[in-house]
Design a protein around this ligand. Structure first.
Ligand code: PMV
Length: 328
């Protein structure tokens, strides 16, 4: 059976950086995110009896690396083990945005893959089981399963670490204006970055402060207190990057344009012109969070910064779901 699924990337307000169990992708702390309406991956899967190996195609991508196909085949192996089949799959996947530039393409990619592949073998998992299953393929993929605003619970280990929805997508119309500043693949993957986190002398301190930070941001979210919410998420982005910069070897994901956007956001706020807050994942792109009424003006202002190639305005979105728009 041919099944297609569509999944959003997500932006973390409280980041997942560092794991307690690397093989099972169990995070060192809970994280909080929002699904992105315009950063989506569609994946179509069909298991076919005449294939001797998985037939994997990325639509609209110039460079596809052998490593990526291996990781996808590895994910399909997990589905095969669950379904107790040795059938190989034809899989076509398409992103609406460039991968590996600090937008969680592995989140949308692997969650859409999991839902499509499981569906095509007629396996139905409960939402939290699907989130757990996605986590094994890519940590952030666990957060692309539930709707809207999401918390990924670190749990006590591999068996109970999954993501849940805190609020549906229409709870609060805040936007993520993504500033894409480079379309080059990053040199150090986030999987490798997670492993370095503990080499930072500040990592333990970061983890110690996490519980309070999570309580704080959830309270600001529940009350829709944008200024408080924004201050916490911006501090948090800097905290994660402080870990990256002070790891051994150090990881500096920023480009000059990354810093230019950060400075502009602070400047606009200090001048009282526009209130927004930045956050950055493991790449040079900057995610600027604002209230919906200001998204168009903010997007126009940020797109004029030298080095910003493109801006994309995202609203909160639902999680992974089945679509009938097949890619083959
Ligand atoms: O799932 P990964 O390995 O791509 O993790 C990336 C984690 C960050 O994007 C840097 C932070 C987060 O919580 O999304």
């Amino acid at each position: 059976m041919k099944v297609s699924a569509i999944a959003p990337a997500n932006i973390a307000f409280i980041k997942y950086w560092g794991k307690t169990d690397a093989n099972n992708r169990v995070p060192g702390n809970n994280s909080i995110s929002m699904n992105l309406s315009e950063m989506q991956t569609v994946t179509t899967v069909e298991f076919q009896p005449y294939l001797s190996s998985d037939d994997i195609t990325f639509q609209n991508e110039d460079a596809v690396y052998a490593k990526e196909k291996e990781r996808i085949s590895g994910a399909l192996d997990r589905v095969r083990i669950l379904a107790q089949t040795s059938l190989r799959a034809k899989l076509v996947t398409k992103n609406s945005f460039p991968k590996a530039v600090g937008i969680a393409s592995s989140a949308s990619g692997f969650s859409s893959l999991a839902m499509a592949a499981l569906g095509s073998l007629d396996i139905r998992l409960k939402p939290h089981e699907l989130s757990k299953f996605c986590r094994l393929m890519s940590g952030t993929a666990a957060r692309s399963v539930p709707d809207g605003f999401v918390e990924w619970l670190k749990g006590s280990g591999a068996s109970d670490s999954f993501a849940v929805s805190l609020h549906p997508a229409d709870f609060w119309d805040i936007c993520d204006v993504v500033c894409i500043v480079s379309s080059e693949m990053k040199k150090v993957s986030s999987s490798d970055g997670h492993l370095l986190a503990k080499t930072s002398p500040f990592y333990n301190n970061r983890i110690k402060g996490m519980k309070a930070k999570i309580i704080n941001i959830k309270d600001a979210l529940n009350r829709k207190n944008f200024s408080r919410f924004g201050r916490i998420l911006e501090d948090e982005a800097l905290s994660m990057h402080a870990i990256c910069i002070t790891s051994t070897p150090p990881l500096l994901y920023w480009e000059p344009a990354t810093l230019a956007v950060m400075k502009k956001v602070i400047w606009l706020r200090e001048k009282g012109e526009l209130e927004s807050y930045f956050t950055i994942d493991a790449g040079p792109s900057v995610h600027v969070i604002c209230q919906a009424a200001e998204a168009a003006r903010l997007s126009l202002t940020l797109s004029g910064i030298p080095g910003v190639q493109r801006t994309v305005v995202n609203h909160p979105a639902r999680g992974v779901h089945i679509t009938n728009k097949h890619l083959f």
